[in-house]
Design a protein around this ligand. Sequence first.
Ligand code: 16G
Length: 240
Amino acid sequence: MINKNSPIPIYYQLAEHIKQLIEKGDLSPGDSLPAEREYAEQYQISRMTVRQAFTQLVNAGYLSRRQGKGTFVAERKLEQPLQGLTSFTEDMKARGLEPGNEFIHFQIIPATSQISQHLCIQEDEPVYEIKRIRLADNVPMALETNYISANLIGGLTETIVNQSLYGYIEEKLGYQIEEATQIIESTIASPIEAKYLKIKTGAPIMSILRNTFLKDGTPFEFVISAYRADRYTFKIHMKR
Ligand code: 16G
């Protein structure tokens, strides 16, 4: 289950393993997890590694820590895949609204370890970091930070992205955008998010993480966004 020869970091393998136990129902909300020391002994790994796996799962909402009591499986949060993979531009147009952007920055940075894991690239490989406020009829709807592998998706400029990132990738580069996974979590606006989104600090927002893949399975973007809960809804079609 834990493969020390794998290039996948051990903490990540352990986190995935615990996540699977939760998803399969072998671990249920409220269950307490074995202590870090027990995992460390069982898998012959360091406690730091176990702690890193726990922290990742706490941050992702799978686990919660209770002071002096240990680590528990958290109550389930909404993690609902939306069936149509659309861009902001398409979403807004479909609602009859005019999409717009206000750029906070557009730059190329070396991939951090988190970004490199999401994009399946080496750490320090160049990635575009594009932070923009997404507007609908000039009203801020979301604050979005995209990380895009620059070796894969070349030639991006602010002007191009201002038109539509997905439009450029599909129409100009000829790639097929195939699928994405998205995590949606409710949270409250930090002072900086509130400023950009023109809402009050502490107002409800939906935090969305999206990983998007091309037809051949290559991840090309990792996106962190904060959507205004008072302005944006998600519609899910369910069939029985
Ligand atoms: C959406 C996507 C984002 C994508 C962007 C492309 C979510 C949470 N995010 O905002 O991942 O990069 O659309 O938009 O839905 P564009 O083609 O209009 O630039």
